[in-house]
Design a protein around this ligand. Sequence first.
Ligand code: NAP
Length: 519
Amino acid sequence: MTSSPTSYVQRFLPLRLPRVCLAVTGSDPSELIEKAEGLVRDNPFLEFRLDYLPRPGLALPKIKRFFEMNPHAVVIATCRRANNGGKFRGSVASQLDVLGKAAGAGCQLVDVELQTATKCKPEHLQKLRTRAALILSFHDFHATKKLDVTLEKMRSLPADFFKVVSTATTLYDNVAMMRFLEKESDRHSLVGLCMGEQGIISRVLGVRAGSAFTFAAVSAGEQTAPGQVTAQDLRSVYRIEQVDAATRVYGVAGDPVSHSLSPVIMNTALRRENVNAVYLALHAKTLKDLLACVRDIPIHGLSITMPYKEAILPHLDNTDSHTTKIGACNTVVRAQDGKLYGFNTDTAGVVRPLEQRITLENARILVLGAGGAARAAVFGLKERGCEVFILNRTPVPAQKLARKAKARSVKRADLKKLSFDVIINATPVGMSNTRESPLNENEINARYVFDMIYDPAETRLMKLAQARGVQVIPGIEMFVHQAARQFEIWTGKPAPWDDMLRVVTIALQERAAKTAAKK
Ligand code: NAP
């Protein structure tokens, strides 16, 4: 920390700052302060984005009153200039004037961008520092590069915190940011994180790498930076307040991955079973990037989703024979020696819900599809003594799979003559679409229909089946069972199944409500 003997920070900083600072915006001073009033009880550390106000100076009397009413609040005043990624269009002098007055009104910290700081005289910055702790900030909206060089530039200026924010274009950029924080945070008070969807690792783990605090959004839709997570998610999903050196890191890796419900279900399970671990959505644009992160963060376990379930196999040190047969892996464990082991829990996702309902030995089961999920179902069901039939849009993969698994491939035209105990849909037909079904009503000759699709919660196929008096098994059961099995593999503990099902059901209902509201 580069503080002068007279600086404000020496008096102020013995108080440890909370880990999460909420960025608050408003279209006018009343809205800004009303929002802050609503937040401050649970979130004593706020950032007032004065640059979002058309005339920031008008907010000062309200800020003063805010501190009279909330003396425990800790507030950063930020009035970022438009050139540097903010919205303030005034001069450097008027920016400093606003920040000085905000400090006078009670804000204990002020944020000045490096670009502004280099334009003003050091004595102006020092003057500001007699009233508030100064955060010297730098934002790179394109990349994560030359973090050391940026810090070196910043060090020539008087400041109490150096805030270095970059943009993650790869997962590995988070490693660069966290190495930077680990290396420099003993010598300086740093705030560091990567923006963008791929920056989630640094937003959650940056504080344990040495970032003095991190930023969060008030709500989805009120982000002041790309990829900013809401305070609610940082605290309740990612449990940022508990993240420490011993916290294990897990994640779901895929491309895309933003829609995944795995973080919600897995973080719930980890919290419920008191496992010191966090589970993140890892948007991996390449496998190479993902594997480099697994080694260097290090990541203890991964859920693998599209498009890497098959491509990851050659990169693993070992897989169980079942996973090798299926040729797809959805679960990776990183052992203590750093070796990567692959498993397929989609099988458990299919077999467990069926076992709860029927005797699998000799059960006649039709699997629609011959992709990764179908293969997991076919091999798993064959191992349990089922008679398995496969129908696929393209006949050749179905025939190949049938040969390998000692199952039978069937033609669609034959369906009307055949009957089954269970029909499993392992195709994406009906996903996010309530009008499409892989089968017509008169082709559903079975006691049960099990649709792997879980969004929507009730598919067209399920509706057609119910209309024929056929019982249905929703895809959400598969989703929860495959996740539960992953949890068991990673932690050795039984999974809290009911809680996992509850949170996914709620998340799906919320998603459906949002989609309906948009229509
Ligand atoms: P995949 O490897 O891409 O295989 C897709 C299969 O569906 C292929 O056999 C493909 O046939 C067939 N298919 C694709 N589009 C079709 C269409 N328009 N009409 C008829 N058949 C079509 O995918 P996957 O990983 O196996 O996943 C399949 C489904 O299972 C997805 O909806 C996925 O979300 C779901 N799933 C759910 C869970 C869960 O936890 N509930 C877990 C895993 C998967 P072709 O060979 O002719 O291309």
